[in-house]
Design a binder for this molecule. Structure first.
Ligand code: C5P
Length: 241
């Protein structure tokens, strides 16, 4: 299908119970400066001006929650809330099932709560421009080693060829549906597309799209918000567009 127009739907899998942050709530529902990570992630997608609707995938017991309770009245009319599954890939599938007439989907981690809207736009533009699978990446600062089960080093990949992967990851909807059908417990949607032998393209990521996983990440995210750095840098990116 070569028509690159048609709706773009965001999918936010937020049905995990991950408690690595040390908080009692599932990660997506942890607040940063009075707003949940989920709320921030939805606004990022809508504010990009390139995402038409967003499907939020939540733990089954929260699936009846009205959208405006999760994201406020602003974007609520463009948000659908559905129940997730046992594994992340099941939750993405539930999101795909609710994506209706989507031409493209952007799968985004709520945990990347400070992602600038500009990054979502970059992914969408690459899809519109002819790519069927697009991921944002950054160069890695550390040298990366592979190790065996005893912790002994087995190799040192050339750092120049390595990239750290962020979200949103963007896909032709039919391609992701095909890739997701045999997902098992995969945590990376682009990896499933690679498994099919289909090309995955990269666009420049953004340091602000870091994944808030540990208590240290949470400290950094709160400090960035308190100092106004996140908002300022996001606005600068917007002006450069
Ligand atoms: O645990 P991890 O950080 O890899 O989870 C990535 C994302 O996938 C989280 O936002 C989590 O809520 C989501 N997830 C999900 N359904 C699951 C497991 C994880 O939506 N069954």
């Amino acid at each position: 299908m070569n028509d690159r127009s048609g709706p773009v739907v965001g999918i936010i899998p937020a049905a995990g119970r991950g408690v690595r942050l040390g908080e009692t709530l599932p990660k997506a529902f942890v607040e940063l400066d009075g707003r949940t990570m989920l709320d921030r992630a939805v606004h990022t997608m809508i504010d990009s001006g390139t995402v038409d609707r967003v499907v939020i995938v939540v733990p089954p017991e929260l699936a009846g929650t009205p959208a405006d309770e999760l994201v406020g009245t602003g974007p609520a009319g463009r948000v659908t809330v559905v129940a997730g599954g046992a594994e992340r890939a099941d939750s993405v599938r539930a999101g795909l099932d609710a994506a209706g007439d989507a031409r493209f989907v952007l799968v985004h981690d709520a945990a990347r709560a400070l992602t600038p809207p500009d990054l979502c736009a970059r992914v969408t533009w690459a899809l519109r421009d002819g790519k069927d699978a697009v991921i944002p990446v950054l160069p890695v600062a550390d040298t990366i080693k592979s190790i065996d089960t005893d912790g002994q080093v087995t190799g040192t990949p050339d750092r120049a060829t390595l990239r750290a992967v962020q979200t949103p990851q963007g896909f032709d909807v039919a391609l992701l549906r095909r890739a997701n059908g045999d997902a098992g417990d995969a945590t990376d949607d682009a990896g499933l597309v690679e498994r099919l032998g289909e090309p995955v393209h990269t666009v420049a990521g953004d340091p602000l799209a870091f994944k808030i996983t540990t208590p240290l990440d949470l400290v950094l995210a709160r400090a960035l918000l308190a100092s106004g750095t996140a908002a300022r840098e996001s606005a600068e990116r917007e002006q450069e567009r």
